[in-house]
Design a protein around this ligand. Sequence first.
Ligand SMILES: CC(C)(COP(=O)(O)OP(=O)(O)OC[C@H]1O[C@@H](n2cnc3c(N)ncnc32)[C@H](O)[C@@H]1OP(=O)(O)O)[C@@H](O)C(=O)NCCC(=O)NCCS
Length: 181
Amino acid sequence: MIDLPDPPLSDGKILLREWRVEDVPALVRACADPLVQRYTSVRVPYTPEDARTLIAAGRNATTLPLAVVDAETGELLGATGLHAIDRGRARTEIGYWTAPWARRRGVALGALRLLAAWAMADAPGLALRRVELYAEPENLPSQQAAEAAGFIRGELVRGGIALRGQRRDVVRYVLERATTP
Ligand SMILES: CC(C)(COP(=O)(O)OP(=O)(O)OC[C@H]1O[C@@H](n2cnc3c(N)ncnc32)[C@H](O)[C@@H]1OP(=O)(O)O)[C@@H](O)C(=O)NCCC(=O)NCCS
């Protein structure tokens, strides 16, 4: 089981924490958004039962799903998480979406920065060297967020992900831990 960031990751504006049952209504509202449905693997339609399943499943050895909330008010702003964590190869993938009511104010950027830096430096027993993310070629907002967080654009991976049973081409983005000389 992967440990939770302790204390929770925060930049003063957003805070990353485990999902809670109280998040169900906001999570369902956010996952009704056409862009979340188009570009992420959430079930369509997304029901309160789907939300409760995600929350009950929680984290495990290869997955760390986190809610992104307003650091002051606690309002749900989005989601991020590590998945396919591979300690042997010292790599992980990172995913994210921002609720439609919280876009264009640095939520995804902040979450990416906080979680990727933690995974490569502070996570107990992880010490990953490489964080990857996959964005579809036409998902320019996602690519913009990745690049703003310092990820380097890599190659096009044909059929690199499956969304609702359909293979999709994706651009690989990579952030590597700076090596000390
Ligand atoms: C992609 C997504 C996560 C961006 O979230 P966000 O919180 O609005 O993004 P931020 O405010 O942190 O913006 C980060 C950067 O992306 C840019 N950006 C964000 N949305 C943009 C848009 N619609 N068009 C152009 N640029 C955009 C911002 O200008 C910023 O760049 P800058 O720092 O160079 O100015 C959000 O649009 C979303 O949830 N989309 C649907 C789900 C999804 O695509 N998830 C990713 C799957 S790979």
